[in-house]
Ligand binder design. Structure first.
Ligand code: URA
Length: 232
């Protein structure tokens, strides 16, 4: 009797392949559980912050699947072992202020040697256009892999402006992590970067139904910044 073959379990990670951007909706019961509690209007800010942090770390595991590494050997107590270590230049994590700050620690927990840059962007609530109000980033991002974190991909205006900013500084590989995404935002980004030739990935916990007339994601979780930090 031949030995039983191990059962291979397919990873259930739906990939929505669009022209220039690959969208990954992380389909995992722990992700779904934490997201459900985040959506709940009764979840208070301390719990929201903790769960958002945990959720980002789960998303970061998938988002860093393409992080660049170089071969590296180490001496174990027994022998030489071939391995890898993160390549140089190190990755850059960019939270979009203010709500993106709530995703920073969850990201750097997995990438502790990453550098962190800051981009302050605000959505003009009447035009729904993104406006930059603060930047603290290296001038030259050539050869850098960049991870942009922003909880809500709604119209796509903010994330598109942020990614364009990074490309203009020389970044050549951008992955965006969002807790939630709306189809309108994904379509907007795909059109904006169509033909740019730059790899863009989006990793999210869920793709929701739509935007409402105020630009909020439905069913969504409300205003992510307010839920993280209060209405200030
Ligand atoms: N920004 C948020 O915080 N929530 C939304 O639903 C849309 C944009």
């Amino acid at each position: 009797m031949p030995p039983a073959l191990p059962r291979l379990i397919a990873r259930r990670v739906p990939r929505i392949s669009l022209a220039t951007m690959e969208t990954l909706v992380v389909d995992h019961p722990l992700v779904a559980h934490k997201l459900t509690v985040l959506r709940d209007v009764g979840t208070d800010s301390p719990t929201f912050r903790r769960l958002a942090d945990e959720l980002v770390t789960l998303l970061a595991y998938e988002a860093t699947r393409h992080v660049r590494v170089t071969e590296w050997s180490v001496q174990t107590p027994v022998a030489l072992a071939k391995g890898v270590r993160l390549a140089q230049p190190c990755p850059l994590v960019v939270p979009i202020l203010r709500a993106g700050l709530g995703m920073l620690e969850g990201m750097t927990r997995l990438l502790p040697t990453a550098e962190v840059g800051f981009l302050g962007m605000i959505r003009n609530e009447s035009t729904l256009q993104a406006e930059t109000y603060a930047t603290r980033l290296p001038d030259d991002l050539s050869g850098r892999q960049v991870y942009v974190v922003d909880p809500m991909l709604a119209t796509g205006g903010t994330l598109t402006a942020a990614i364009q900013f990074l490309f203009d500084r020389g970044a050549d590989d951008v992955t965006a992590l969002c807790l939630l995404a709306a189809p309108e935002g994904i379509a907007y980004m795909d059109q904006a970067f169509n033909g740019s030739g730059k790899p863009i990935r989006l990793v999210t916990a869920a793709l929701d139904e739509r935007l409402n007339e105020h630009g909020y994601i439905v069913p969504g979780l409300g205003d992510a910044g307010d839920r993280l930090y209060g209405v200030v």
